[in-house]
Design a protein around this ligand. Structure first.
Ligand code: ADP
Ligand code: ZN
Length: 508
């Protein structure tokens, strides 16, 4: 029998993560497990280990052929007898597998759900010893159910046919209802439910007001992450190309990546990113799904992600090797409005949730994780924890801007309203006769950027709602009325810019 220790050293790891060990121990003593952890949470090692430690063949049910093939290849390199059994096998490979099974040469066997529910396959498995069943991507049971991959919902036969073999279901984040569907469907109610913390403690979170974003990125690349490998996420394909060439012109190795690129170029860029040190990938979200590059040291958001989930996932691509990594998100009021305008209806809710995370006071990580229902203490290494800024009471400022929105019927751009408050005599202000408004010049206690921060906060917490459906129009919600009446206070953190580095300074 192989020990946990041997497996660790064979795979080149120092130790199991606490949750991995708990899951493995439960399986080894014959219990069922439902393990919930985000991508990169180390789920594979759990079923691989338990499958190897217990006597018999570990059977892993996985929906994606490509992932199966990749895992089998990696496992074989470490000397594990791993095989897969799916419709992609040719005759020769099938013969190989049958031979190996007959001669007890199989440690782990990967299968598609379609294969395992076939009566002939079940019949065959009855005659061999099985160590565990692992159902990867178990959320598919609830998500696809009958419609797309009906076999997923037939996996309950595993429990009835092999009552003594422990089952582990593995999934990313799912809600309680999905957990119950999975448990019922697999007949594993009473299983040990393990939930990984979503906290990726090795990633430092920085979120900052955008100003000359390219120069801010340059500062980050030179002063925080010189020579390191990382991803810069942009919203548009054009931007990825422009930013990549700009960085390239400054002597930084950068590659664009987006969905409309030729398949071969995408492959080439991915390979270079994977294999070369210090490459910067400037990508749309098309780059991400299924990539496993362990040594990504940073992730920058040049544009807003589409939801807290997307933000979390994109940031989580950094530091998968567990070493320190950093993330930087740059945004401003304009980005919020654009994201709302170009997102579809469903996205509106998800964006609102993101805005709330971004606009909340206090520790960034605490704010983000609390969106996922996890409560943590302030992290000590996000921008807020590292330099706690005093908060200011912005209630009067909020009242001023809300009144202005009211007087101008919500149809004037925020930038014009801010100029009115600052008492500027420019075109936009003249056009709406801003100088005749009683609030003209009555907001000089704040800078332009501070005013925008107040507006962001009002949007983020639902005091106002921006309607983009026909023309730009701002509505005051019930909450706004409470602020106007002085029944509710508005507290804001002091705004701080992320520093800039001018490209001209580089050549000196
Ligand atoms: P998941 O299947 O949950 O997405 P993986 O099993 O692919 O996660 O693991 C994610 C990363 O974590 C991989 O790069 C893997 O090598 C690494 N990893 C897993 N377990 C450990 C461990 N105990 N110690 C160090 N690294 C680990
Ligand atoms: Zn923090």
């Amino acid at each position: 029998m192989i020990s946990k220790h041997t497996i660790l050293s064979r795979f080149g790891y120092q130790a199991y993560r606490p949750l991995q060990e708990e899951a493995i121990d439960a399986l080894c003593s014959g219990n069922d497990v439902l393990l919930m952890a985000p991508t990169g949470g180390g789920k594979s090692l759990v079923y691989q280990s338990a499958g190897l430690i217990r006597d018999g063949i570990g059977i892993i049910i996985s929906p994606l052929l490509s992932l199966m093939a990749q895992q089998v290849e990696t496992l074989r390199k470490t000397g594990v007898n791993a095989y897969f059994f799916n419709s992609a096998l040719n005759i020769e490979e099938q013969d190989d597998l049958v031979w190996a099974l007959r001669h007890d040469q199989v440690d782990l066997l990967f299968m598609s759900p379609e294969k395992i529910v076939q009566p002939a396959v079940i019949g065959f498995l009855k005659d061999i010893q099985i160590s565990i069943f692992a159902i990867d991507e178990a959320h598919c049971i609830a998500q696809w159910g009958e419609a797309f991959r009906p076999e997923y919902s037939q996996l309950g036969t595993l429990r009835t046919t092999f009552p003594k073999v422990p089952i582990i279901a593995l999934t990313g984040t799912v809600d309680l209802k999905t957990i119950q569907t999975i448990e019922n469907s697999l007949q594993i109610s009473g299983c040990l439910l393990l939930k990984n913390s979503f906290d990726r403690v090795n990633i430092e979170i920085q979120i900052a007001q955008k100003r000359k974003a390219k120069q801010q990125i340059l500062y980050f690349l030179h002063h925080e992450m010189a020579g390191e490998k990382g991803i810069i996420y942009c919203r548009s394909r054009k931007k990825t190309q422009e930013l990549a060439s700009w960085l390239e012109s400054l002597g930084l190795t950068s590659l664009p990546y987006h969905a409309a690129m030729q398949e071969q170029d995408k492959q080439k860029h991915h390979q270079r990113f994977l294999n070369e040190p210090g490459v910067i990938m400037v990508a749309t979200t098309a780059y991400g799904m299924g990539i496993d590059v362990p040594d990504i040291r940073f992730v920058i958001h040049f544009d807003l992600p589409s939801s807290p989930e997307a933000y979390f996932q994109e940031v989580g691509r950094a530091g998968r090797d567990g070493k320190p990594a950093k993330s930087l998100l740059l945004y401003g009021l304009q980005d919020m409005l654009q994201a709302q305008q170009f997102g579809d209806g469903e996205n509106y809710e998800r964006l609102s949730a993101l805005f709330k995370v971004l606009e909340s006071r206090g520790c960034r990580r605490k704010n983000l994780l609390s969106h996922f229902g996890e409560e943590i203490a302030p992290c000590g290494h996000c921008d807020r924890c590292l330099s706690p800024s005093s908060e200011q009471n912005a209630t009067i400022a909020a009242q001023k801007i809300l009144s202005l929105i009211y007087y101008t019927k919500g149809i004037q751009p925020f930038s014009v309203l801010v100029d009115v408050l600052l008492g500027k005599h420019n075109k936009g202000v003249m056009k709406i006769h801003g100088e005749t408004l009683s609030l003209f010049g009555k907001g000089r206690e704040f800078t332009d950027i501070q005013w925008k921060a107040v507006i962001r906060h009002l949007i983020g917490f639902g005091y106002i709602k921006v309607d983009h459906s026909t023309t730009f129009c701002v509505h005051l919600n019930q909450k706004a009325k409470r602020v106007l009446k002085g029944e509710e206070q508005i507290l804001l953190p002091h705004e701080r810019y992320y520093p800039v580095l001018d490209e001209n300074a580089l050549h000196k």
